[in-house]
Each structure stands twice: as C-alpha cells, then as structure tokens.
Design a protein around this ligand. Structure first.
Ligand code: OAA
Ligand code: MG
Length: 216
C-alpha cells in the first residue's frame, strides 16, 4: 500500500528532497549508499532490521521477510560492514514477488545480477559474494536503526534514485513534501525563463536559486 505522502515524495528527485531537508534543518541524506543500477528508484516506508557480529549463539541473515508488508522498504543496518552480505538473490526473488518496494543496506549484498534481472531496487555500500550466514546475527526487527549517520525509525519514508537515498522522518513528511513542491516549482520556472532567453544569472537572482536550500 502506498499512501499519498509517499506517492507525493516519490514524484520528486532525491536532490529536491535533500534541499528541502537542508532548509528545514533535518539530517536525512544517506552518504555512501548507492543503487546497484543507476536507473533503480524506490519509495516507501521503512521496515527495519538490525545486525551485530555473530556470537557463540551463532546467527544468520534472518527470517523476517514474510512479515514485510507490500510497498514497504526493507532497511538493513549491518553497521557499514562490507565483508559479509545480508541480502541476495533468494531474498530479492521473494521481495519482488511480494511487491516490496526495495531494499537499503548499510552494508553489502550478493547475487546482484538477480536484482537487475527482476528490476528490484537494491541500494548498498557495494557488492561482495561472502555470506553473512554464520557471520551476523539479527538482533532487532522493527527497531530504530542507522544508515551511516542517519537514524531511521520504522515507518519513516525512504526515497531512492540514481543519486542515492534520502530518509524523511514520518513526523515531518507533509512539511518536507510541501517544501519540495515549492523548490521544484521554482527550479522549473528558472528553466522556463532560461529557455525564454533570460540570462541564468538573472533568473537565479530573481527566483532565489542560491538560497532555495538555505536554513531559515
Ligand atoms: O547470504 C546472503 O546474503 C543471502 C543470500 O544469498 C540470498 O538471500 O540469496
Ligand atoms: Mg543467494
């Protein structure tokens, strides 16, 4: 299920959402996590999972996937670990079949070919073949997690495109959406003016381009 705020934000580019977050003083830009394919895009509310290194009790990549609702984004916090995966082709296949919106990993994934074949958007810190099975332990499901420096609570909205991922806190989502629409509208007017022959320096000055993202 995709609600109206998610649909509205999904129409925007991550660059516009980033500028709106800057203006509102909200930290939501995820640094260093990129799509497996630059054409991948996703939008949806977070379903979160947290990993720790395995201890004497052993561990694996987790069996949460059947609980993830259609339209959600799976957000996996493996603490930036790049030497063991927490996502691969079997999870991709199941998630794509269920209509899950995509997966964002603070870590790495494997079997990346399947994600491209099924056009299932996976965003990660990279690709690697070595499994997290016997190396990680899932210590939390639907708990607050981090993607790099950015906190994600279950239900927060993630938007991803070829430029990366932004996280919009659910409490501020309407405010962010209103501001993104305003910023993108202003940028469109700048493009129209330039196409009509106005000098870019003039169009930018008139419409306040350089301050669109400035915190008020
Ligand atoms: O070990 C993993 O990262 C999971 C995996 O390959 C899969 O789900 O196909
Ligand atoms: Mg696999």
């Amino acid at each position: 299920m995709t609600d109206d705020i998610v649909k509205g934000l999904a129409r925007a580019a991550t660059s516009g959402i980033s500028d709106a977050l800057d203006r509102l003083g909200i930290a939501g830009q995820v640094h260093g996590i990129q799509p497996l394919d630059p054409d991948f895009a996703l939008a949806g509310r977070a379903f979160t999972g947290l990993y720790q290194p395995v201890d004497v009790n052993g561990g694996t990549v987790g069996d949460y996937i059947d609980d993830v609702p259609e339209g959600a984004v799976v957000v996996l916090d493996n603490r930036g670990r790049t030497d063991a995966t927490v996502w691969g082709d079997i999870l991709t296949m199941v998630a794509a079949n269920k209509g899950i919106a995509g997966t964002v990993i603070d870590g790495v994934c494997r079997d990346s070919k399947r994600a491209r074949e099924l056009n299932y958007p996976v965003f990660s810190r990279g690709r690697y073949m070595r499994t997290g099975k016997d190396r990680v332990q899932m210590t939390g499901i639907q708990v607050p997690v981090t993607l790099g420096e950015i906190r994600v609570h279950p239900g927060d909205i993630l938007i991803g495109d070829g430029d990366g991922i932004v996280v919009v806190p659910q409490e501020r989502a309407q405010e962010v959406l209103d501001l993104v629409n305003e910023i993108e509208g202003t940028e469109e007017r700048i493009r129209e003016q330039v196409q009509a022959g106005v000098a870019l320096v003039e169009a930018r000055k008139q419409l306040g381009y350089h301050q669109l993202q400035t915190k008020r």
